[in-house]
Structure formats: structure tokens, C-alpha cells
Design a protein around this ligand. Structure first.
Ligand code: ADP
Ligand code: ADP
Length: 232
């Protein structure tokens, strides 16, 4: 599970200070999909970067399976970050590497042996239904296929949290459906806590167990999808 406690991010100081996240607070259990929805400028990408620890919050905590990640030193943080896999907008694949080589990246950084990496990559590509496309380059894949590679790469180090940062933005409706199906499947199979960040209201309705509405850096309300989004 992942717990976000009182997460605040302020850029600048004094009179120029801008608070982009203001005491954001939510918990996502294993097996649950929690969506954060909000308009442009609400703070979604800043929140995503604080959750996957690419940005340091000004205050507040990110806790995964009881371990507080926000005050680790750089070395411990590198290890702890493995617990959170991220799927980015437009997949963010390296264009000069094949699907398989992209999925292998996190394993290579970790120094996993070539034989082990190969086996693990094959398993991951099979999981996302892309085994036949292992040796294709990103430009030879559809947008939906690239996002599947993104999921495979995010799962490479067996995270317990999957962060989806605007991952369906830019996908057509059919590719979005297929992405959401796969997300549900891996959530169920791997018992992941999923944080699904998007500006797309209609996608939330299809995927989220619970939703938090982000507005000017604050979670203005959170609860079941039906209560929040379908209220008149
Ligand atoms: P400091 O903590 O030293 O005051 P900031 O947190 O303000 O620095 O800035 C962090 C980074 O964000 C810097 O690289 C800065 O250039 C950049 N930055 C500052 N203001 C903005 C802005 N309004 N939009 C985008 N990036 C910004
Ligand atoms: P969203 O992803 O929901 O569009 P962002 O997290 O990108 O929202 O941005 C939220 C607000 O924070 C915006 O007003 C943006 O200008 C501001 N912001 C983002 N990064 C910085 C930064 N480095 N320094 C100052 N302000 C920033």
C-alpha cells in the first residue's frame, strides 16, 4: 500500500513562493485503483513526481508498505524507488532501443545478469501481450503497444505500487480500453496499489475504485467514483 501524508510542494521563497501541492493526503491499498483527477495546472504532474520521488516534497511523507521514503538518503532512495513503478505519458521509451531493450533497462541499471534479464523481459513482454513485437522499435509500435511496453518496464523490478501519470492521454478510445483492461489485470495478478493520475473524467469512471479531485494543489474531495463524479 501507499500512503501520502500532508504532501506539500512549494517552489521559490518569500514573496515569490508558489504552493503547488497543499497538504495532499490519501492512502491506496494493495489491489486498489485510486485516481487523482484535476484540470491543467491543478498540480498533477508535480504530485506524480513527488510520489515517484523524482522531486522532493517541501514537507509531508510518502510511505510504501510502512516504509517512509521521503527522508531516505540518496543511496537508500535508489533502492526504495524500486517499490514504485511509473507508466508515463506517451510511454517515454528510448527510441533507439527495441521493446525488449526498453523493458530491460531497469534490470540493467540494477546489474542483473544477462541471462536473468532475458528471461525476465520475456516474461514481462508475455504478460503485456507483446512477445511477437519484442524486437520492434518504438516507432514501429502503435501508441497502445508503446504504453504496454511502458507497463512492462514499470513492472520490471516487481514494484508494489504502480503510478500511471497521464498514461492514457493521447491514446484513442480502443487503445485506452485495452490499456485499462491490462492495468486491471496486473493489479489483480500482482496485488498492486495503483495511483492513476489523469485529467480525463471519462477514464476515471471506467477504472477507479476511489477518486480524489485535485484542485489548486489540494484534494478538494475524495471518495467512491459514483459519489464524486456522478453527483448532479
Ligand atoms: P529554490 O528551491 O532554490 O528556490 P525552486 O524550487 O524555486 O528553487 O526552483 C526549482 C526549479 O524549478 C528551478 O530549476 C527553477 O528554474 C524551476 N522553476 C522555478 N519557477 C518555475 C515556474 N514557474 N515554472 C517552471 N519551473 C520553474
Ligand atoms: P498539472 O500537471 O495538473 O497541469 P503541474 O503540477 O504541472 O499541474 O503544475 C501545477 C502548478 O505548479 C502550475 O501553476 C505550474 O505553473 C506550477 N509549477 C510547476 N512546476 C513549477 C516549478 N518548478 N516552479 C514553480 N511553479 C511550478
Amino acid at each position: 500500500m501507499i500512503e501520502i501524508h500532508d504532501l506539500t510542494k512549494t517552489y521559490g521563497r518569500g514573496a515569490d513562493a508558489v504552493t503547488v501541492l497543499d497538504r495532499v493526503d490519501f492512502t491506496v491499498s494493495a489491489g486498489e485503483i485510486f485516481a487523482v483527477v484535476g484540470p491543467s495546472g491543478a498540480g498533477k504532474s508535480t504530485l506524480a513526481q513527488c510520489i515517484n520521488l523524482l522531486e522532493r516534497p517541501t514537507s509531508g511523507e510518502v510511505v510504501v508498505n510502512g516504509e517512509r521514503l521521503t527522508d531516505l538518503d540518496a543511496k537508500s532512495l535508489r533502492v526504495a524507488r524500486r517499490r514504485i513503478g511509473t507508466v508515463f505519458q506517451s510511454a517515454n521509451l528510448l527510441s533507439r532501443r527495441t521493446a525488449a531493450q526498453n523493458v530491460a533497462l531497469p534490470l540493467e541499471y540494477l546489474g542483473v545478469t544477462t541471462a536473468q534479464t532475458k528471461a525476465r523481459v520475456a516474461e514481462l513482454l508475455d504478460r503485456v501481450g507483446l512477445s511477437p513485437h519484442a524486437d520492434k522499435y518504438p516507432h514501429q509500435l502503435s501508441g497502445g503497444q508503446r504504453q504496454r511496453v511502458g507497463i512492462a518496464r514499470a513492472l520490471a523490478l516487481r514494484p508494489s505500487v504502480l503510478l500511471s501519470d497521464e498514461a492514457t492521454s493521447g491514446l484513442d478510445p480502443a487503445a485506452t480500453e485495452s490499456f485499462l483492461d491490462l492495468l486491471r489485470e496486473v493489479r489483480d495478478d500482482l496485488d498492486l496499489a495503483v495511483v492513476f493520475i489523469t485529467h480525463e473524467m471519462d477514464t476515471i469512471v471506467k477504472i477507479a475504485d476511489r477518486v480524489g479531485r485535485l484542485d489548486h494543489g489540494r484534494i478538494a474531495e475524495q471518495g467512491a467514483v459514483v459519489d464524486l463524479l456522478l453527483d448532479p
